[in-house]
Design a protein around this ligand. Structure first.
Ligand code: 13P
Length: 255
């Protein structure tokens, strides 16, 4: 039985004071919400402050990226070890904004994934097609390539502990959510790829989040699909009430 996971990707938002306030708001609205794993992923500069606010409440801390080296001359990068010392348990990898603007490829996503796993950080691996790719019928092929290359040289045991986030690029920040049927169909095909790469257990155990314009009013219909195990939330995670409403939607029984 997969426990749904809802993660807030704060992206490049929130100064220190704002981040602290947002974290307080989230703790206030969510502490005690059992049955769903909750993660917040602030920017590197405020991880420490947010960790202090979270204390030992149920909300977990994640980062938005990492570099695969342990340390070295990599200006502007942050290692897995650094994230661990900030209290991170999760890390988002291969977000489409990293792929589109910062030259991330399936190969570098795989390097980051393996570094995260070696450090015992739990990865949230993002995949998803552009609008052009969807319109040309390439969605399944693109996502299959991203999953296959992203998980290269990752063992079945390691893979089973990963989270995959299906985020169609055309749905991110646009208000254009994938329909529950569209999302469910891609989630099912991701499980098929995991079954081919590994086995039935991995395909069954990996949690697959949906991300892309998830809001309080559309979360429940997405999360009640059998293969959608919660969401990766951008804009709506920056406001405690809307994030809390989305978390609660993940508690609904499957239909
Ligand atoms: P929005 O929820 O703002 O569309 O962002 C989704 C996302 O990119 C989460 O990683």
């Amino acid at each position: 039985m997969r426990v749904p996971i809802v993660a807030g990707n704060w992206k490049m938002h929130m100064s220190s004071g704002e981040a602290e306030q947002l974290a307080r708001g989230i703790v206030g609205s969510l502490d005690g919400a059992a049955g769903v794993e909750i993660v917040v992923c602030p920017s590197f500069t405020v991880l420490d402050r947010v960790r202090n606010v979270l204390g030992d409440c149920l909300v977990k801390l994640g980062a938005q990226n990492l570099h695969w080296a342990d340390e070295g001359a990599f200006t502007g990068e942050v290692s897995a070890g650094m994230l661990l010392t900030c209290g991170c348990e999760y890390v988002i990898l291969g977000h489409s904004e990293r792929r589109a603007w910062f030259g991330e490829t399936d190969t570098t996503v795989n390097q980051r994934l393996r570094a995260a796993l070696s450090a015992a950080l739990k990865p949230i691996v993002c995949v998803g097609e552009t609008l052009e790719e969807r319109q040309s019928g390439a969605t399944e092929r693109v996502v299959r390539r991203q999953v296959t290359a992203g998980f290269a040289n990752v063992s079945a045991t390691e893979a089973a502990g990963c989270v995959v986030a299906y985020e169609p690029v055309w749905a991110i920040g646009t208000g254009m959510t994938a329909t529950p049927l569209q999302a469910e169909s891609v989630h099912t095909s991701i499980r098929r790829v995991l079954r081919e790469l590994y086995n039935d257990n991995v395909a069954r155990d990996v949690r697959i989040q949906y991300g892309g314009s998830v809001k309080p009013d559309n979360a429940a219909e997405l999360f009640t699909r059998p293969n959608i195990d919660g969401g990766l939330i951008g804009g709506a995670s920056l406001e405690p009430d809307s994030f809390a409403a989305i978390v609660k939607a993940a508690l609904q029984p499957e239909i």
